[in-house]
Design a protein around this ligand. Structure first.
Ligand SMILES: O=C(O)C(=O)CO
Length: 299
């Protein structure tokens, strides 16, 4: 599939006028650069953009729809891998695993591991903002680490859901920010969540707290985050997502010692990627055959 996609993309780029009219389905990965609207002029037979991932913020869905083209995504297959990565970021920052690795590699500092005193995760409070599939899986995992779990969400989950993962609903975002040792962002990017965490929210967090983001870079005001990390308003940040991706090499976040960044790899496991590709193909084939698209994105 990937080979086929690549060769088609290359052919399309080399001879768009010849190959464009044949194309009925376009595959795109969700956090890759936005698909340029100008591309659609070359694809008069296009029926669907089958995107891999849940978020479709890289696509202008209303514009694509206005051209008679549908958009599909791949929900429900990537929350485990994203939750695993979230826990990896949490543990790595709590226990300074990356700093430990650097010390272990450097013969001049190898005798200094006693400087790496981390935070004990067990007993710490985790505040999850966004309790959809990913947030819930993060709560499941954190329960196993004996963390106290708070969550904030547009809608409260059922009592049973909360009890199962030991998570307490926090109606006030401010209260969650004030009480948490780790604040985990797992919300969808929407106009309401864009810039959700800015100067005010960061200033409510504990100076010992860590902000972890596996949602979208735009949820955090990055200038405010840089300031908060520099001034000690919060202790650290661990980010799988930034804005833009990747960050320009001279971005201040990349120079801070208390930031851990991974390049949006939340869904990057063979299992998840193959489930995503399967769904992308199912969505594309349905559209090409004129059948209902299993995961059509309706905005
Ligand atoms: O599925 C998504 O929206 C992702 O961002 C994958 O990391």
């Amino acid at each position: 599939f990937i080979k086929c996609k690549l060769s088609l993309s290359v052919e399309l780029l080399e001879n768009p006028v010849r190959h464009g009219p044949k194309i009925q389905a376009l595959f795109s990965w969700n956090f890759h650069p936005a698909v340029k609207p100008s591309l659609f002029r070359l694809l008069p037979s296009l029926k669907v953009v089958a995107s891999g991932g849940v978020g479709t913020d890289h696509l202008d869905v209303p514009l694509i729809n206005s051209l008679g083209v549908k958009v599909a995504n791949t929900p429900g297959v990537s929350s485990d891998s994203t939750a695993d990565l979230a826990m990896g970021l949490l543990l790595a920052s709590a226990r300074q695993i990356l700093e430990g690795h650097k010390i272990a590699l450097d013969p001049m500092t190898i005798h200094l591991p006693q400087t790496l005193i981390g935070t004990e995760v067990s007993g710490s409070t985790l505040g999850i903002i966004g309790m959809g599939d990913v947030g819930y899986k993060i709560a499941q995992r954190s329960k196993g680490f004996d963390m106290k779990i708070l969550y904030h969400n547009r809608t409260r989950r059922s009592e049973e859901d909360g009890r199962t993962v030991g998570a307490t609903y926090c109606e006030s975002l401010d209260d969650l920010l004030m009480c948490s040792d780790f604040v985990m962002l797992a919300v969808k990017l929407t106009p309401e969540t864009t810039g959700l965490i800015g100067h005010r929210e960061l200033s409510l967090m504990k100076p010992t707290a860590t902000l972890i983001n596996v949602s979208r870079g735009q949820v955090v005001d990055q200038d405010a985050l840089v300031e908060a990390l520099r001034s000690g308003t919060i202790c650290a940040a661990a980010l799988d997502v930034t804005y833009p991706e990747p960050l320009p090499r001279d971005h201040p976040l990349l120079g801070l010692p208390n930031v851990l960044i991974t390049p949006h790899i939340g869904v990057n496991t063979y299992n998840t990627k193959s489930r995503m590709v399967k769904k992308m193909i199912e969505n594309a084939l349905a559209a090409v055959k004129g059948l209902p698209i299993p995961n059509e994105v309706i905005i």
